[in-house]
Write a protein that binds this ligand. Structure first.
Ligand code: TMP
Length: 207
């Protein structure tokens, strides 16, 4: 059995991840590729419970290390329960956010050194890394304006603009470091242009 491909979607809030996720699902369906679509934090009963704890706007007293460890606790469960079994069965896994988000938010946003995050990454994931990451990039003001129209802000969305500037910068630095795996898509483009870009990148990966 050939192991499935592991695809992740990243970007600051309002960059267009969720809309693109639906499009990617359509592409995989029409290529008849069995796939699992999931998200982080979440994807399991434990992960969704941790997500609810971390995203609630009134939970202001969560220190950066607790947040980091909860992200990886959710991830460990997600990998054990869903991601690894699906990949082992030959399914593709499309995950809305993964460890690049931890480097961007807990690293760039909260200021935790990359090396500490790297220790947890190696511990929890072993050698497993995404095969392909689509990074939806958009100027912070534009992203936040879009996200703000959608729903009541969660604990992350209530952060200041500078927080998201650091998150965005961290994502872009990661993409520059790993241009083969992390492909940047301009989230400010029209939906049609974004879809064309996704289709072109995925075509390289489709069997
Ligand atoms: P979502 O709203 O895009 O589903 O993401 C939930 C929030 O969780 C988002 O603000 C980013 C944050 N997050 C982290 O801070 N670190 C992580 O490792 C992950 C996966 C998400």
């Amino acid at each position: 059995m050939i192991r499935g491909r592991f695809l992740t979607l990243e970007g600051i809030e309002g960059a267009g991840k969720s809309t693109s996720l639906e499009f990617i699902q359509q592409l995989l369906r029409s290529a008849a590729i069995p796939h699992l679509v999931t998200r982080e934090p979440g994807g399991t009963v434990l992960g969704e419970a941790l997500r609810e704890i971390m995203l609630r706007a009134d939970r202001t007293n969560i220190c950066a290390d607790s947040e980091l460890l909860m992200m990886f606790a959710a991830r460990a469960q997600h990998l054990a329960e869903r991601i690894r079994p699906a990949l082992d069965e030959g399914m593709w896994v499309v995950c809305d956010r993964f460890t690049d988000a931890t480097y961007a938010y807990q690293g760039g946003g909260r200021g935790i050194p990359d090396e500490r995050i790297g220790i947890l990454e190696n511990w929890v994931q072993g050698a497993l890394r995404p095969d392909l990451t689509l990074l939806f990039d958009i100027p912070v003001d534009q992203g936040l304006a879009r996200a703000g129209r959608r729903s009541v802000p969660d604990r992350f969305e209530r952060e200041k603009r500078e927080f998201f500037e650091r998150v965005r910068r961290h994502y872009l630095v990661a993409a520059a470091r790993e241009p083969g795996r992390i492909r940047v898509i301009d989230g400010a483009h029209t939906p049609g242009q974004v879809q064309d870009a996704i289709r072109a990148i995925l075509q390289e990966f489709l069997p």
